[in-house]
Design a protein around this ligand. Structure first.
Ligand code: BGC
Length: 254
C-alpha cells in the first residue's frame, strides 16, 4: 500500500470578513499551487473561532510547513493592534503565536493589504516599479500597502484617512458602494476624491487597485478622472492575499 504523499512547501491563508481562504503557493510563479479551499468566517469572528477555521483550511491540504496568514488590521511583531472590522477580542493579542501553536508550524501574520501588495509588487501589476507605489484594496474597508523602491512600509492604514469628516473607508470602500446602493459612476466620484487625497499626500507613480471589486475594474476604472499617477487593476485579484502571505512565510516565519 502506498502512503499518500504529504505536500510540503509554503502555505498562504487570507482571513477576510466573509471567508477564510487558503492554498499551497508556488512561490516561483507567484500563484496558487492548488485550487484554494474556503470556509465561511465564523460570527462572531473571535480569535478562538478563527483559529479553528484556519486549522480546518490548512488540514484540508494536510499541509506541513510554514504558513503565512493575513489579518485585516495592524500587525506589529505578530501582535494584532487594531480591529476596525473584526472582533475586538483580537486587540493586543499575540495572534501569530496563537496560530503557530494551533498549527504546530512556523507561522507569520501580516496585514491583509500588505500581503496583497507584496504579491502584486513581485508578480503582478507592480513588477519592476521603482519610486512610490501604492496598492489599495477596496472591500469591506480600504486597505493600503505603500512601497518605496520595492520596499514595503507596513501598516499604513490609509483607509482611515479623513474624507469629508469621516473615515475614508466609510465613504469610498466597495462596502460603502453596496451599503449606499451607489451606481458605479456615483462610487467612482468618491473613489476619485479618495485618490486625490492619497495623491496629495504621497505623489505615487503607480496606484494598483485590488480587493474583490478589482474583478469588475472595467465597470469603474474607465470612469475615474485622469491623474498624475497611473491607476491600474491588480493582476492577482483575489489570490493576492494568499500568495503574499506565503511569500512572507517563506521569508520571515519563525
Ligand atoms: C483595516 C486595515 C485593512 C483594511 C482592509 C481596514 O479597516 O484597518 O488594516 O487592511 O480594512 O481589510
Amino acid at each position: 500500500m502506498t502512503t499518500p504523499s504529504v505536500p510540503s512547501g509554503v502555505f498562504g491563508v487570507d482571513i477576510g470578513g466573509s471567508g477564510i481562504k487558503g492554498a499551497p503557493v508556488d512561490l516561483d510563479r507567484g500563484a496558487l499551487a492548488e485550487p484554494r479551499h474556503k470556509v465561511l468566517t465564523p460570527h462572531p469572528a473571535s480569535p478562538e473561532a478563527v483559529v479553528a477555521a484556519v486549522r480546518e483550511v490548512v488540514e484540508h491540504f494536510e499541509h506541513r510547513g510554514p504558513v503565512g496568514l493575513t489579518f485585516p488590521g495592524v500587525v506589529v511583531d505578530g501582535h494584532t493592534r487594531t480591529a476596525a472590522n473584526v472582533d475586538q477580542g483580537w486587540l493586543g493579542l499575540d495572534a501569530e503565536g496563537l496560530f503557530r501553536e494551533a498549527l504546530d508550524s512556523p507561522a507569520v501574520l501580516l496585514n491583509d493589504a500588505d500581503a496583497a501588495g507584496l504579491a502584486e509588487a513581485a508578480h503582478g501589476a507592480g513588477r519592476d516599479q521603482g519610486g512610490v507605489m501604492l496598492v489599495l484594496t477596496f472591500g469591506t474597508g480600504i486597505g493600503s500597502a505603500l512601497f518605496v523602491d520595492g520596499a514595503l512600509v507596513p501598516n499604513t492604514e490609509l483607509g482611515h484617512l479623513e474624507l469629508r469628516g469621516k473615515d475614508a473607508e466609510r465613504r469610498a470602500s466597495a462596502g460603502a458602494r453596496e451599503r449606499h446602493q451607489l451606481t458605479w459612476a456615483e462610487w467612482a466620484v468618491r473613489v476619485d476624491e479618495y485618490l486625490d487625497l492619497v495623491e496629495r499626500l504621497f505623489s505615487p507613480q503607480l496606484v494598483i487597485i485590488g480587493g474583490g471589486v478589482s474583478r469588475k475594474h472595467e465597470k469603474f476604472l474607465p470612469l475615474l478622472k485622469e491623474r498624475s499617477a497611473r491607476v491600474v487593476p491588480a493582476e492577482l485579484r483575489n489570490d493576492a492575499g494568499i500568495v503574499g502571505a506565503a511569500m512572507a512565510a517563506a521569508k520571515y516565519s519563525r
